[in-house]
Design a binder for this molecule. Structure first.
Ligand SMILES: Cc1cc2nc3c(=O)[nH]c(=O)nc-3n(C[C@H](O)[C@H](O)[C@H](O)COP(=O)(O)O)c2cc1C
Length: 373
C-alpha cells in the first residue's frame, strides 16, 4: 500500500531500493550521509501495513547450538490493537518484516532464535510509533528490555536482524548490544528498511558492540520485498556456510577429522584441523588462492579474506612447535610455522601438519588452500 507519511526526513533518504541485496554487493543503498533532518517532508511508500501472513519466527532452534538469531521487529514490540480502526493511523499487522526474515534465517541455520522486546511496547499505530521512536532517537535513549538474551556465551555466531528506524538501528537494539557481550563473536547483520536503506545502522551497531566481528556481508531488504525474500535470505545464510545444504551441522562445526591441503608448485602440506571455531571459519572459506609471505625466520603467513572467529579456540602451544597451523588475531593472518615459536595470547591454534611439514620453509608465491573431502 502506498502511504503518505508526514515525516521529518533527510533528503538523502529518497534513494530508491527495489530489491533485496547484500551490502557488499552493488545493489545496496548508499547510506545517507547528509545527516540533515530537514523540515517536514512527505515520504511515499515508507512502511506498509505489514507483509502477508507467513512464517512464525518463534520457533525453537535445535540444529546448530552455536548460532543465535536475535532480531528486533515492531510487531513483537507493539500491543496489537484488536480493532485496527481504533488507532488513528495505519497499524502494525503481523507478521513483521524482520520477524519473517529472522524466522527464515533460523530455519536455514538451525540456530536458536531470540526476539528483542522492550519492557514498554511501542504504540501499534504508525504515526504514534514514529513519534515515540523519534523521541528516543533524539534522546539517545536505551529503552529497557523485557528480558535479557539467553546466555550468549554458548554462541559463536549471532545473526542480528533489525529494521531501519529513523536513519539507523532501533534504540532497543543498542540496549541489547550494550547489555550483552558480543566480543569475539562472528556477527552477521540483516535489515529491512524503507527508502533509507541501512543508513547509519551499521556504524551504530559497531559502536555498541565494539569487540564483535561484524561481517560486511550484510543482507538488506526493501520493506515491500521482505515477504518474498525467503529464498534470497536463505541463500545468503547458506553462502556464509550456515545453510541446511551443509547440514549434518554437528559434523560441520566439528573440525576434528577435517583436513586441509596447502599446495604450491609441486609441493603439498596437509594439516589436520582442531576443533576450535577459528579452524571451522577457515574451513568454511575454502578453497582459497592467496599469496604466502615470509615472516620472521620461522613463519610463512597468508591472509584469509575474512577474519576468523576466535571464540572457543585454543591458544597455540609452543610445545607443538614446527608444523603448527595458527591464526594471529590482531593482524588477521594464518601462520604456518616451520620452526619453534613463542606463545602469545592472540595466537590461536588451528591445527597441525600431518604431512609435508618439511616443505613449509620453501613455500612462496601463490598457494592454494583446499578442504580435503
Ligand atoms: C518507527 C519507525 C521508523 C522508521 N524509520 C525508517 C527510516 O528512517 N528509514 C527507512 O528506510 N525506513 C524506516 N522505517 C521503515 C521500516 O524500516 C521498514 O518498514 C521495515 O521493513 C520494518 O520492519 P518490521 O516490520 O520488522 O518492523 C521505519 C519504521 C518505523 C516503524
Amino acid at each position: 500500500m502506498k502511504r503518505i507519511v508526514s515525516f521529518l526526513l533527510a533528503a538523502a533518504m529518497f534513494f530508491s531500493l527495489a530489491a533485496c541485496s547484500q551490502a557488499d554487493g552493488s545493489e545496496a543503498s548508499a547510506p545517507s550521509d547528509s545527516g540533515q533532518y530537514e523540515t517536514e517532508t512527505t515520504v511515499e511508500d515508507f512502511g506498509d501495513e505489514g507483509p502477508a501472513e507467513g512464517s512464525d519466527a518463534e520457533g525453537e532452534g535445535t540444529g546448530n547450538s552455536n548460532v543465535l538469531v536475535a532480531y528486533f521487529s515492531w510487531v513483537d514490540n507493539a500491543v496489537l490493537a484488536e480493532d485496527v480502526d481504533a488507532v488513528s493511523s495505519p497499524s502494525v499487522i503481523p507478521p513483521g518484516n524482520v520477524q519473517q526474515l529472522a524466522g527464515w534465517v533460523q530455519e536455514e541455520t538451525g540456530g536458536d532464535i531470540f526476539s528483542i522486546r522492550v519492557a514498554d511496547p511501542y504504540p501499534s499505530g504508525w504515526d504514534e510509533c514514529l513519534e515515540r521512536a523519534n523521541e528516543e532517537r533524539g534522546e539517545d535513549a536505551r529503552p529497557e528490555l523485557a528480558e535479557n538474551a539467553v546466555n550468549l556465551g554458548q554462541y559463536d555466531t549471532v545473526f542480528l536482524g533489525y529494521p531501519n528506524w529513523w536513519y539507523g538501528a532501533p534504540m532497543a537494539l543498542l540496549s541489547f548490544l550494550e547489555q550483552n557481550d558480543l566480543s569475539g563473536k562472528q556477527v552477521y547483520l540483516f535489515c529491512s528498511h524503507g527508502t533509507g536503506g541501512l543508513a547509519g545502522s551499521v556504524e551504530q551497531i559497531a559502536e555498541a558492540a565494539p569487540g564483535a566481528v561484524i561481517s560486511d556481508n550484510i543482507f538488506d531488504c526493501y520493506e515491500e520485498e521482505a515477504a518474498s525474500s525467503e529464498e534470497a535470505i536463505k541463500a545468503w545464510a547458506d553462502g556464509l556456510g550456515y545453510g541446511s545444504q551443509t547440514e549434518g551441522e554437528e559434523e560441520d562445526t566439528d573440525m576434528s577429522g577435517k583436513r586441509i591441503s596447502v599446495q604450491f608448485g609441486d609441493a603439498e602440506v596437509i594439516y589436520a584441523l582442531n576443533n576450535g571455531a577459528a579452524a571451522a571459519s577457515l574451513y568454511e572459506m575454502l578453497p582459497l588462492t592467496v599469496d604466502a609471505e615470509d615472516f620472521s625466520t620461522n613463519e610463512k603467513i597468508f591472509y584469509p579474506p575474512k577474519e576468523l572467529a576466535c571464540v572457543e579456540t585454543p591458544a597455540a602451544s609452543s610445545s607443538t612447535g614446527a608444523g603448527t597451523l595458527a591464526y594471529y588475531e590482531p593482524w588477521g593472518n594464518v601462520v604456518m610455522f616451520y620452526d619453534g615459536f613463542n606463545e602469545n595470547p592472540s595466537l590461536y591454534e588451528l591445527g597441525y601438519a600431518v604431512s609435508g611439514a618439511e616443505q613449509i620453509s620453501r613455500m612462496s608465491g601463490t598457494i592454494t588452500v583446499e578442504a580435503i573431502e
